[in-house]
Every structure is written in C-alpha cells, then in structure tokens.
Design a protein around this ligand. Structure first.
Ligand SMILES: [Zn+2]
Length: 142
C-alpha cells in the first residue's frame, strides 16, 4: 500500500510517494532532522495526518522495538537494576514506594548508538524522573 507525503517548507509544497508507511516514516524522520517545516501523510482509507515536529512521528522503525527485545539489552537492564537496588538515581524512589522503574540511557541512543549497551551510560530512573528528564532535555530522547 503506497503512502503519499506532502512536505511543506516555507510555503513550498513537495509531494512524494513511498512504497510503504514505514519507508515514509523513515524518510520523514531524515527530512525533519534537516528541515523546520511540516509534513502531511495521506494513507488510503484514513484521515491525513499532520506532522509538525520529529516527536510527532509515529515510531514505526522495527529497530526501535527490537533493541529492547534483545537478550543483550534485557540482561544488561537486569544487571543495572540489581546494582542500583532498583532505586531511582535522581530521587531515590523505588518499586517498594510504588514507582515504576526505567533503565535510562544517559546519552540518548539515537545520538550515541555505540553507547547503547555500555553500562556506564545507563541509569535507573523512576517514571516521574524519567519523564521529567525528557521534558527538560529533549522531547525525543530515548
Ligand atoms: Zn525518581
């Protein structure tokens, strides 16, 4: 099923057709990294989707989910949780306080993929601190 995307930059419109939705998303991601415009996705039988920032792009890339399913990541994640006693690096809250714990990449995986499995780049955060961190630093950090 092909997908049409209209890119809008400084009043200029460019229309492109992609073979699949995930290809469209991948290309849009690259486009948004360079351009400060907006894009509209047209899919057969669904409403046009207006995307104005990179953060609004649906995460469709298969690599995104598969990383978190790898044995290497899961093992490392458990190690980090065990070493920190499952306590949040920022506020010291833990599962026993009713918090949901996340293992966070200090340097985002999107920018530092080689540090994705580096234990020194990982920290345990409770959900509140993890989302707080994202607000402060970057809406798109992973
Ligand atoms: Zn916390």
């Amino acid at each position: 099923m092909s997908v049409d995307v209209t890119y809008e930059l400084a009043g200029k419109m460019t229309r492109k057709t992609y073979k699949s939705y995930s290809r469209a998303i991948t290309s849009m991601r690259k486009w948004f990294e360079k351009n400060d415009g907006r894009a509209i996705i047209y899919r057969f039988n669904s409403k046009p989707e207006v995307i104005e920032t990179l953060c609004q792009l649906p995460v469709s890339a298969k690599s995104e989910t598969s990383f978190y399913q790898t044995r290497a990541w899961r093992t490392l994640r458990l190690t980090v949780l065990r070493e920190s006693d499952g306590l949040c690096t920022y506020c010291g809250s833990g599962i026993q306080h009713g918090s949901v714990m996340h293992v966070d990449h200090i340097k985002p995986r999107s920018k530092y993929p080689h540090l994705a499995l580096d234990i020194s780049n990982l920290q345990v955060l409770c959900e509140d601190c993890n989302f707080g961190k994202m607000d402060n630093e970057s809406l798109c950090s992973g």
